[in-house]
Design a protein around this ligand. Sequence first.
Ligand code: NAP
Length: 277
Amino acid sequence: MKFGLLGRVLGHSLSPQIHQAIFRALGTGDTYGLLEREPEAIPSFIRENPEGLRGSNVTIPYKETVIPYLTAIAPEAEKIGAVNTLSFTPDGVKGYNTDYLGFDRMLQAAGIGLEGRDVTVLGNGGAAKAVLQVLADRKAASIRILVRDREKAGQALAHFLAQRPDTRLETYEEALEGSEGGQVIINTTPVGMYPKVEASPVPAEFTGRFAAAVDIIYNPKETWFLADGRKAGAKTCNGLYMLVAQAVASEEIWQGKTLDPALIPAIMKQLEATFHG
Ligand code: NAP
């Protein structure tokens, strides 16, 4: 069966490597390719499936673009307003959001609970939307989002804010002036990602106010943000599990079966060997 990643510019993607590792583990002869398409090709890509795909992942800038052309959408993808997985079936095309599933499974594997916890999220981009939906569905007691531009963030997250109107948007300056901490802090910004590793979105003192620090960046393995948390005694978790788990969750949708959870750490190990730090 044929699978792929739909996007516009995809040169650096790790997805083929991850999915091919899954195919090897399953012993299938399936293939996974990069599908770079211009915006005008999206409607026919979905409606006519000219590649004869069984499934596809979707990345920037098409996670929202694909939605009007779907036959059905999974509840988590509908709530988030973004789709990163398409399943082509005889009944039509269904969209899912496995970033959501990957993030949820990662926190469970790391033993970082959300229910009843005070959680601070850094950033308000595409990945933040999936993260925030997990926080809401797992019943975080309070959600605070640190942003650079409150007005822009309010617009970008309007859909989520309507669902959890008790969510607070604060600027970094406001948060750093105050003394509020919490149980969990999650970085969803690209600050600290390879190759610009010598940076953190917040000072060490701020990260040290939380019992657990989660970074969805996976390269380097330990960002400055995570190192600050570790030095302050926090439990830490990088984004590699999420990256692999979202691919495994997509495969589970396409293959119609649950895969062995041991596959995730096995693939993480293979990828880590190619990373920095
Ligand atoms: P995105 O949509 O471009 O959003 C980036 C967010 O970070 C925006 O809110 C942006 O703020 C903020 N930001 C950027 N530079 C900043 C800075 N210098 N200081 C403070 N905030 C800053 O990107 P994304 O798709 O959400 O991805 C974000 C990160 O998550 C990337 O590192 C990506 O690799 C990682 N990621 C990991 C996984 C995984 O599976 N582990 C999955 C998805 C993404 P403004 O709105 O003010 O511009």
